[in-house]
Ligand binder design. Structure first.
Ligand code: CA
Length: 242
């Protein structure tokens, strides 16, 4: 079966005799919350104001990159030079203003069903996000009551290097008290997949945006589902393979 093949391949790559997940590490934006359309729209608008351009695909492709690095990438392409400190801070402040003016993103369809099954299977649930919002926990708690606890959240405040560095996921393993080969990661972004794979964790990519599959598979994702709903629907069959 398809899942068994991916699991067997992971075991061979990591020289494992057995592989039984005890924890699931969830990315947040684009996995638990349908927040990426707001990010993509805010980037597109601020770029237009400054004579730059960012398509929705590109916003998804760069998800997780710092604001400064994203702005510099566009400045080099359209202005043929680096952005100044002032341009970076002005553009990023405006992007954040536009994003904060968007209606709050709702739950990702299928995420609640998946969390419910993961919890019922007795697995530890961890959140690993590049976000550093104060309201993180209350937002998780109000949308997904009873699934998350503060000790099992890794935010930008917990790490010195963000994704695509493996540090956030390594920190997630540490907080859950499990090894890489005892966990699964659920990610939607190419840079997030790269971080999780670099941490040595079996990585399930959920393609909740407009990216071609190879953008996620090419970063080393072990398994791909077209949506969180598809993963939730497949969970019983998937988990039975371990
Ligand atoms: Ca994400």
């Amino acid at each position: 079966m398809y899942y068994e093949h991916a699991i067997q391949k992971y075991k061979e790559q990591h020289n494992l005799a057995a592989f039984r997940p005890k924890a699931v590490l969830f990315d947040m934006d684009g996995v638990l919350f349908d927040s990426m359309p707001n990010h993509a729209r805010s980037w597109a608008r601020v770029c237009t104001e400054y004579g730059l351009e960012m398509t929705p695909e590109e916003a998804y492709m760069h998800e997780g990159r710092t604001g400064a690095s994203t702005i510099n990438l566009l400045a080099q392409r359209y202005w043929h030079r680096d952005a100044t400190e002032k341009e970076i801070s002005d553009i990023y402040a405006e992007k954040c203003r536009l994003f904060n003016a968007c209606p709050e993103a709702g739950r990702m369809p299928g995420a609640m069903e998946l969390l419910t099954q993961v919890k019922a299977a007795g697995l530890t649930i961890v959140v690993v996000t590049g976000s550093g919002q104060q309201s993180l926990l209350s937002r998780l708690e109000s949308n997904y009551p009873g699934f998350f606890c503060p000790e099992l959240i890794v935010s930008s405040k917990d790490v010195s290097r963000g994704k695509p560095d493996p540090e956030p996921y390594l920190m997630g393993l540490q907080k859950a008290g499990v090894r890489a080969e005892e966990a699964l990661v659920v990610e939607n972004a190419p840079l997030g997949v790269r971080a999780a794979v670099a941490a040595g964790i079996f990585t399930v990519a959920v393609n909740t945006g407009p990216l071609p599959e190879h953008a996620l598979i090419g970063e080393g994702a072990n398994q791909l589902f077209p949506s969180m709903q598809a993963f939730a629907d497949a969970w019983q069959d998937f988990f039975a393979c371990f």
